[in-house]
Design a protein around this ligand. Structure first.
Ligand code: ADP
Length: 228
């Protein structure tokens, strides 16, 4: 059996709330294997974003360990964490967060060029990804000129531009009408399945969750199988 690409062990996370603390995650444990697509379904405020941020090294747990591609990340330097985040992890958010002053293609070239890739090569990969996600004809348009579904497909292309091994998505279709959500998810699923990426996707959409390999939820600060 393949080793997990992402592992969370004994994760604790709480936030200050008035005089006390609000515990969001308590001894949370979760692992994701290469090629696995897992849905995270839980009510608003349960801690889905917190879990994704911890998994993506955007914040640090109060206790516990996040391991990515076999590397325990807790004691790494900021630079080493940034390198892992840049090379191994792709993020998709509910809102596209594309850079407004750049074209769709440039938005996908930029993360590649940050890692040192030559512009011509970055442009070629951006074009391939946009074609794969069927937005190639919109490559030269800026985000404001794209529909919501197109913006999210460009955001997905950007997330995988550096060929990460883990894709973390926080309600990637949450801002779209049901039909658009369906075809954006189709594109995301095809990409994940074809590339062998591991994906953890927070969603409120039970129909889409049911298409993934597993569904988990948060209960008492722990990650548990969804029994819905
Ligand atoms: P979800 O994504 O499931 O809606 P979140 O992870 O965003 O949940 O938030 C979980 C809880 O933690 C919420 O009650 C939220 O208000 C609180 N929270 C999240 N981030 C912070 C923060 N930086 N400081 C204080 N409280 C926070």
């Amino acid at each position: 059996m393949a080793a997990p690409i992402l592992e969370l062990k004994g994760i604790e996370r709480s936030y200050r709330e008035g005089e006390g603390r609000l515990t969001i995650l308590k001894d949370a444990t979760f692992s994701l294997k290469p090629g696995e697509m897992v849905a995270l379904v839980a009510p608003s405020g349960a801690g889905k974003s917190t879990l994704l941020h911890l998994a993506g090294l955007l914040e640090a747990p109060d206790a516990g360990e996040v391991t990515i591609a076999g590397r325990a990340c807790g004691r790494l330097s900021d630079d080493a964490r940034t390198a892992i985040r840049r090379n191994e992890i792709g993020f998709v958010y509910q809102f596209h967060h594309l850079l407004p002053e750049f074209s769709a293609e440039e938005n996908i070239m930029i993360p590649q060029m940050i890692t040192g890739m030559a512009p011509a090569e970055a442009k070629q990969r951006a074009g391939q990804l946009l074609d794969y996600l069927r937005v190639g004809h919109r490559a030269s348009h800026r985000p404001a000129e794209l529909s919501g579904g197109e913006q999210q497909r460009v955001a997905i292309a950007r997330a995988v531009a550096n060929a990460p091994r883990v894709l973390l998505a926080d309600e990637p279709t949450g801002n779209l009408d049901p039909r658009t959500a369906g075809y954006v998810f189709d594109a995301l699923e095809a990409l994940v399945r074809q590339s062998g990426l591991a994906a953890l996707i927070a969603t409120h959409n039970h129909e889409l969750a049911a298409r993934m390999d597993r569904v988990v939820t948060l209960d008492g600060g722990k990650v548990v199988p969804w029994k819905g």
